[in-house]
Design a protein around this ligand. Structure first.
Ligand code: PNS
Length: 162
């Protein structure tokens, strides 16, 4: 188990994601954090913007690479010759969807396993969606996302930083 993929929307990356990235990077020789290019969702940030933010946030972790993908995660894992997918679990409400996804991915590529890392308690409540909502109404998001990300969110909503 030397390399792993941590896939997600990362719209945008939060301290909760960063916590998972740091811990997964300690457990695996190499970690690819990969942004899904989802044509169905309407993200706040483009894939390129999300990749750039992740690159900035992860710049001091030498064994982390940032990438993006389209289509099925299982196909992407096969293409990357990686057997391990990392996902963070915040609460029991995440579990059903995550279990279904892990089992589907394993059906699609039988050597792919999903490794779940439980989110650190201080980030258990945190999601990109709530961060965007707080920012949209002018709230302070500096405790939820790294400073460079907060700046980009405020710029999207054309607000001054608190
Ligand atoms: O950060 P998210 O939005 O919870 O990440 C979800 C993600 C990107 C991991 C998931 O939607 C995904 O893997 N999408 C790719 C399409 C796919 O493979 N779907 C089948 C799995 S059930």
């Amino acid at each position: 188990m030397s390399s792993a993929i941590y896939p997600g929307s990362f719209d945008p990356v939060t301290y909760g994601h960063f916590d998972i990235i740091q811990r997964a990077a300690k457990a695996f020789e190499h970690l690819t954090v990969s942004v899904l290019n989802n044509k169905v969702k309407s993200p706040l940030f483009s894939v390129e913007e999300r990749v750039r933010m992740l690159e900035e946030v992860c710049k001091d972790i030498p064994n982390v690479t940032i990438d993006s993908f389209s289509g099925l995660l299982a196909d992407y894992a096969r293409k990357k010759h990686t057997d391990v997918i990392i996902r963070g679990l915040r609460a029991i409400t995440d579990f059903e969807y995550e279990l279904q996804m892990a089992q589907t991915n394993r059906k699609l590529v039988d050597h792919v396993d999903t490794v779940f890392l439980t989110t650190s308690l201080e980030y258990a409540y945190l999601s990109s969606t709530t961060v965007k909502e707080v920012a949209a109404f002018g709230g302070d998001i500096t405790q939820f996302v790294p400073p460079c990300v907060a700046k980009k969110i405020y710029a999207k909503f054309q607000q001054r930083e608190p």
